[in-house]
Design a protein around this ligand. Structure first.
Ligand code: AMP
Length: 454
């Protein structure tokens, strides 16, 4: 199909699917849809490298639904494996939406909830299974799930499946599937692991790359603020929140601890009806409920860690805040992809602490672009860094420098040595030194903003 094809009617779908697409409000197929749908409909194995928010779910679901068409037998003919529960439920929602004029039956097999309902649904007969690898095996091994009638096998967010260590489960699943099947693999990035899996399991696949350079979603604006410490980050966050145009914000944190602290802070300050937190320690129902409330515009803030937020499709997020820079650099792209989805505009704001500058540089290298820097507004109070926080950051910075240059001795560790030998002197000078350093850090964060300001 040519690039100019701009209508879903150009695809060899059927009336039921065209009507559902129209109901969903999709007018023009996205780039991945234009490229993938005809290839999948023609029966090819396909590898799609496309970022989140590009419309990749419908790109594989529409031809899949076309292929299995209507309810038949008891055992699934299509299996979609995804890394997280949230993504599984979201794909199930998309199936329900696109298959609404068919009698196709689908189920999501995910952990964190009891097995009984899922078992009963399987026993009643299903055509499509969406699953996370763990629960899939829990259902398969005791014989609740039969995989021998599979015609289509999809791995969605394959890079994440592999990062999360699901390779062995994938190998086992593939062993029990019929050899003659169509395989589709979607991944936000193309790396050696994904390539190896696609070479092993897919039959001369067609490769579609929508963003070969890993550019960030173009419709999202990006800006970074150099923030010397946690308390200043909170002041800056508060400054944005006062502006009501920041009406639906996801605030990403690196750790569960920070996520919980930010949640508690927002809960105290803006009320419990304004915020929820999602991270790996929250049970499945709490996570689903939080995302549902946020989707329905009943919350202004969702605080999230990367694992919990991965792949979530929430429409109309006004702002993504990176309260902390992610250590898995590709998560930066996934995070900011939560806003500006499907041709809409969105904004992302990143707070970068001194010990995150190293990671920020790596992210910029990955996205092949510099993120514009803005100065902390004068209304925002820049607070001094508490001693412990500063020690922690300096230790991190030392480790980063060592990683880059193994001969580097470590400024921080040296100093610590001196402290041990001249304890009294150091104690006396500690505060003086600390003040100087803080003044320097503040001056640096201000200067950076000014130099490179938007
Ligand atoms: P995905 O990349 O599959 O997570 O899709 C991102 C968002 O784009 C979802 O909210 C879809 O409903 C939406 N979407 C998918 N295809 C289209 C389309 N052709 N036009 C407009 N929105 C779309």
């Amino acid at each position: 199909m040519s690039e100019e094809s701009v209508d879903f009617l150009d695809f060899k779908l059927n009336k039921q699917l065209w009507s559902a697409v129209a109901d969903a409000g999709y007018e023009t197929p996205t780039e991945i849809q234009q490229k993938a749908i005809p290839l999948i409909l023609a029966g090819n194995d396909v590898v799609g490298v496309a970022q989140t928010g590009t419309g990749k779910t419908a790109a594989y679901l529409l031809p899949l639904l076309m292929k299995i068409k209507y309810a038949k037998g008891d055992d699934p003919r299509a299996l979609i494996v995804v890394p997280t529960r949230e993504l599984a439920l979201q794909v199930l929602e998309s199936i329900k939406m696109l298959a609404k004029y068919t009698d196709l039956r689908a189920v999501a097999l995910v952990g964190g909830v009891g097995m009984k309902t899922q078992k009963d649904t399987l026993a009643a007969g299903v055509d499509i299974v969406v699953a996370t690898p763990g629960r899939l095996m829990d259902m398969y091994l005791p014989g609740f799930l039969v995989l021998k009638y599979l015609q289509v096998f999809v791995m969605d967010e394959a890079e994440r499946l592999l990062d999360m260590g699901f390779r062995q489960q994938i190998d086992r699943m593939i062993e029990v599937m019929p050899r003659k099947r169509q395989n589709l693999l979607f991944s936000a990035t193309w790396n050696a692991k994904v390539q190896e899996v696609s070479e092993n399991f897919l039959l001369t696949p067609a490769l579609i790359r929508i963003n070969p350079e890993m550019k960030t979603v173009k419709s999202v604006s990006q800006v970074v603020y150099f923030t010397p410490n946690l308390r200043t980050k909170i002041n800056l966050l508060d400054y944005f929140i006062k502006d009501i145009t920041y009406r639906k914000m996801i605030i990403f944190c690196k750790t569960k601890t920070t996520a919980t602290n930010i949640f508690k802070y927002l809960d105290r300050k803006y009320g419990e009806d304004s915020v929820r937190v999602v991270h790996g320690n929250k049970d499945q129902n709490t996570r689903i409920n939080a995302i549902k409330l946020f989707k329905e515009d009943k919350l202004r803030f969702l605080v999230a860690t990367d694992v919990a937020a991965r792949g979530i499709d929430i429409e109309d997020v006004s702002h993504v805040f990176n309260f902390e820079v992610p250590l898995v650099y590709e998560d930066y792209i996934h995070r900011i992809g939560r806003t500006g989805r499907a041709m809409k505009l969105g904004d992302s704001v990143t707070f970068c602490a001194p010990d995150d500058e190293y990671h920020l540089k790596k992210i910029q290298k990955l996205i092949g672009d510099k993120i514009p820097v803005a100065a902390i507004p004068t209304e925002v109070e820049i607070l001094p860094t508490p001693f412990e926080e500063e020690q922690k950051m300096r230790r991190q910075i030392d480790d980063q420098r060592k990683r880059e240059d193994p001969t580097f001795q470590g400024a921080f560790h040296d100093k610590k040595g001196i402290q041990h030998s001249k304890k009294g002197d150091v104690a006396k000078n500690k505060n003086k030194g600390k003040e100087k350093k803080q003044a320097k850090a503040i001056a640096r964060s201000k200067a950076k903003g000014k130099d490179k300001g938007k």
